[in-house]
Design a protein around this ligand. Structure first.
Ligand code: NAD
Length: 355
């Protein structure tokens, strides 16, 4: 008989050589979670927990596989001694309770520090604090609980640095004075990015679907763009800071810009046709997992017990040079910036695996 290769879980994790996938189950409390540990060559795997009402276990497994791998690349590129991991809890976030989250915290603790969790989609700061009561292997805690607090400040700084580095590559200097920049999504990260851009007299355009978040920036010198007309004009830079998947074959028919550089995770719909189309349109794309590393840099410092915001910001500023390295590598090797970033991340892991 043999194994049906099409349904093999091992086939899924073999492609990217995942180290470990842990299935957590507690029938009594209705908790189903999967923890994906992609790689721990550089250090313990770090990455957030997201809760999502997946349509199938398989969808959840695919998500944790992709997300944990991306965390390995993000930490490797940022120069951290951390590996990649992620956890997903399967179900409607409404079923969460203190008991439920604490039970999940016990599962995290069972791994004894091979995986450190943090906050991601549909998880709150309160959830993180509850997990902490069951396990020390959790980061991204509020300042009053000994952590470094909200990571959107370092994340927005990293995106700003990445934008400047990309502009420097195209214009020969990194000034944003008079550059037209569209920020898509002005939540925690986008709002702070707007301040960085305005400090350099960029012309800032904002597209946002939540009226409360528009109101929060109305007093600033920005032009509000209707979501319907988001790609109607030419921008020097588009900065996706809302959701993933916004750079796809359809949107690229309309997008007219020189640089795409933003915080949103998984911006590209895929890793082959979309980078090719970006190249054809002569758009310089700065990979999200390179430019949005400020958050992981912050939680990593908690993990190594260096509660020092200044150090976090200094390390985040290095994203400027890392963006330059990726652009140079892509030009030298005729690769997309996305492929170059993955290659450089993998190279660092490979070098360290020999040690
Ligand atoms: P957030 O939820 O605070 O902000 C997202 C904003 O995007 C919201 O205001 C939302 O209304 C808006 N939005 C959603 N869909 C939109 C659309 N179609 N058009 C315009 N606006 C839309 O999230 P955040 O913390 O600011 O993070 C932004 C992105 O960066 C997310 O994709 C997140 O995963 C990623 N990211 C965040 C961090 C961090 O430290 N917060 C770190 C790495 C990556």
């Amino acid at each position: 008989m043999g194994i049906d290769e099409n349904n093999s879980v091992f086939k899924k994790i073999k492609n990217d050589n995942h180290e470990q996938i842990v299935f957590c189950n507690d029938d009594k409390i209705g908790l189903k979670a999967i923890i994906g540990i992609h790689n721990t060559v550089l250090g313990p795997a770090i990455g957030g927990t997201r809760m999502w009402d997946y349509i199938s276990d398989e969808e959840a497994l695919n998500d944790v596989i992709n997300l944990s791998k991306a965390m390995s690349y993000k930490s490797s590129l940022a120069g951290l001694n951390a590996g990649g991991g992620k956890a997903v809890i399967i179900g409607d976030p409404k079923i969460k309770s203190e008991k439920f989250i604490k039970r999940f915290g016990e599962f995290i603790n069972d791994l004894n520090g091979k995986y450190w969790t943090a906050q991601d989609v549909n998880m709150t700061t309160q959830d993180i604090v509850w997990i902490k009561e069951k396990s020390k292997f959790v980061v991204g805690l509020p300042k009053e609980h000994g952590g470094l607090g909200d990571s959107s400040s370092p994340t927005s700084l990293g995106v700003y640095m990445g934008i400047k580095s990309a502009v420097n590559h195209i214009s020969g200097n990194d000034s944003l004075n008079n550059k037209n920049v569209l920020v898509q999504g002005v939540g925690n990260v986008g709002r702070k990015l707007v301040d960085h851009l305005l400090s350099e007299n960029a012309n800032v355009f904002v597209c946002e679907i939540n009226s409360k978040n528009i109101d929060a920036i109305r007093d600033k010198k920005v032009t509000i763009i209707d979501p319907e007309n988001i790609y109607d004009s030419h921008y020097d830079i588009i900065s996706p800071c809302a959701l993933g998947g916004t750079i796809n074959i359809d949107s690229l028919k309309k997008i007219n810009c020189d640089i795409i550089a933003g915080a949103a995770n998984n911006q590209l719909q895929n890793d082959n046709e979309v980078p090719e189309e970006l190249n054809r349109k002569n758009i310089l794309y700065i990979p999200d997992f390179l430019i949005n590393a400020g958050g992981i840099i912050s939680v990593y410092h908690e993990q190594i017990n260096e509660i020092n915001s200044k150090k976090v910001m200094e390390m985040t500023e290095l994203i400027y040079d890392k963006v330059n390295d990726v652009i140079k590598h892509s030009e030298k090797n005729s690769l997309s910036t996305n492929s170059s970033a993955i290659q450089l991340a993998k190279d660092r892991i490979k070098e360290n695996s020999k040690k």
